[in-house]
Design a protein around this ligand. Structure first.
Ligand code: PT1
Length: 308
């Protein structure tokens, strides 16, 4: 890598390209090579138009159930487009969303993990904060626990550390709780506070017995942050590299894209991809997205540039 950069006549035009560290994430018994960035496809099992979950609904019932055939198809399309992780979530965590009952979250997510595990040889992620859901999802074949609350619920750290081949974990920063997080937030130094928070949670994980090679970090775009906070975090994403862990970003279709482009959720693809390219250049290793095909193209363009 360094040799390639030295051979160019205008060194360090894109300085972050030379700073990327590579990792291998241990996730259950699987390994994820992060020497080039990877795409995590979103499979939201929620009655939520933002996330397309509504399209996965089965016809009947008052509680939300997904149609297995639609889920399988959506997953198949994402895997064929190059997703290396599928992130299954049963609790909407976008701004304003209410909490979901444990039984409902289990009923939404566990059958989906089981069906995906039977069909796909890729990393499966469970997007939850509930230790009960984590344990059931891991038993059903999940390799990664993606927790917007960074394993802060009682018992979550212990579940994530359990067993001989524990899951990987993604620790995310959030200020407040999804239902109200966009009503009030305050920072003196958003980048410094996010880094300090993640550093503490990583230390808590290690103290609970979670090995470092199973940990990813995430600044939590849109979670208790203004558009300006989100863009400060994107600009200063290289600052997260001081924790020496893989970095996951979730930008896809979020209000930070709408705030700048003025576009509604269904017209935010171009803006999301532009922000993704910046995040990749700033060192992101995993990109969580609804739009796998376009995101994988962005990753390929980034990678070609990095290797030039
Ligand atoms: C994320 C993420 C996530 N985002 C991880 N998990 C969501 N690790 C769910 C908006 O501003 O970034 N990282 N799980 C979705 N949450 C949001 C938040 C959706 C904000 C939309 C917004 O529009």
């Amino acid at each position: 890598m360094a040799g390639r950069l030295e051979s160019t006549s205008a060194p360090l035009l894109l300085p972050h390209l030379s700073l990327r560290k590579t990792y291998t994430l241990q996730a259950g018994e699987r390994q994820l090579d992060l020497s080039s960035p990877v795409c995590m496809g979103i499979l939201n099992i929620t009655p939520d138009s933002f996330s397309d979950g509504a399209e996965l609904a089965s016809a009947d019932g008052t509680s939300f159930r997904s149609d297995p055939e639609k889920v399988r198809q959506r997953a198949q399309v994402m895997v064929a487009a190059g997703a290396q992780i599928l992130d299954v979530g049963g609790e909407s965590t976008r701004p304003g969303a209410a909490a979901v009952a444990l039984d409902e979250e289990l009923a939404r997510t566990i059958p989906v993990i089981e069906l995906l595990r039977a069909e796909f040889d890729i990393l499966l992620s469970i997007d939850t904060s509930s230790p009960e859901v984590m344990r059931a999802a891991i038993a059903a074949g999940a390799d990664l626990v993606n927790d917007i609350r960074a394993l802060s619920n009682e018992g979550a750290l212990a579940v994530a550390a359990e067993g001989i081949n524990p899951p990987a974990v993604c620790l995310m920063h959030m200020q407040g709780q999804p239902r109200t997080m966009q009503q009030t937030y305050s920072y003196d130094d958003v980048v410094g506070e996010v880094v300090a928070f993640l550093r503490r949670r990583v230390a808590d994980c290690e103290a609970a017995g979670i090995e470092r090679n199973r940990i990813m970090i995430d600044p939590g775009f849109g979670f208790g942050k203004s558009a300006a906070h989100n863009y400060a975090l994107l600009k200063h994403l290289p600052g997260l590299q001081q924790l020496d862990l893989p970095i996951l970003v979730g930008i896809s279709r979020k209000s930070m894209i709408g705030a700048v482009t003025g576009r509604p959720v269904d017209q935010r693809l171009a803006g999301s991809i532009a922000a993704t390219a910046l995040a990749l250049q700033a060192g992101a290793h995993v990109v969580r997205t609804h739009d796998v095909e376009a995101t994988v193209d962005a990753i390929r363009i980034y990678q070609a540039c990095a290797e030039a």
